[in-house]
Design a protein around this ligand. Structure first.
Ligand SMILES: [Zn+2]
Length: 180
């Protein structure tokens, strides 16, 4: 059984600006601030045999203010900086595109599970936003939210103070699952 950890990009792996109580996704490589403090934590997940999948909603592509080539440059840098990342899936759509992959829809998780052979109902979702927890619920993943202004009031499995606490929790839950 292969298990995945689906990690939201903005707010976990990079540090976006906050404007009017909203995270603002970077539009240019120069504004893309990678959170290198996560590197040893991703290594721990990897050492535990978990597949690390990054997911991100980037509706700026559909809306026309984010250039795909610039996004690719950011993601090249992200994967070079954090080589523990196995895959990175993007929803480039807007609400009005009615796609199956814009979180809180779970399409990116399903796509990655198919591609990597992951067992979704034993896999984990990490984010600082409610949309990921909602998508996790839809496909049976365990959701772990880092406390933030964006966790909402809908279902989530765990809220923890930071990514380090999330990783400890995942490793604990995974050990329990393997033992069961
Ligand atoms: Zn989409």
């Amino acid at each position: 059984m292969k298990l995945g950890v689906f990690i939201e990009r903005d707010g976990i792996l990079n540090l976006p600006r906050v404007e009017r109580q909203q995270q603002v996704s970077p539009l240019m490589l120069e504004d893309f601030k990678i959170n290198l403090a996560v590197a040893p934590l991703l290594k721990k997940l990897k050492a535990a045999g978990l597949t690390i999948i990054v997911t991100t909603n980037q509706p700026g592509i559909s809306r026309g203010y984010l250039i795909r080539r610039e996004l690719d440059r950011m993601h090249d840098l992200l994967r070079r900086s954090l080589p523990m990342i196995d895959d990175l899936l993007i929803c480039a759509h807007d609400d009005t595109d009615y796609c199956p992959c814009r979180k809180p829809k779970p399409g990116l998780f399903s796509e990655a599970a198919f591609k990597w052979g992951l067992t979704l109902d034993r896999s984990f979702v990490v984010s600082d936003k409610w949309q990921d927890a909602e998508a996790a619920r839809a496909v049976g993943c365990t959701s772990l939210l880092v406390n933030s202004p964006w966790i909402g009031t809908a279902h989530h499995d765990f809220v923890l103070p930071d990514f380090s606490a999330v990783v400890e929790k995942i490793l604990h839950l995974q050990t329990a699952t393997v033992a069961a």
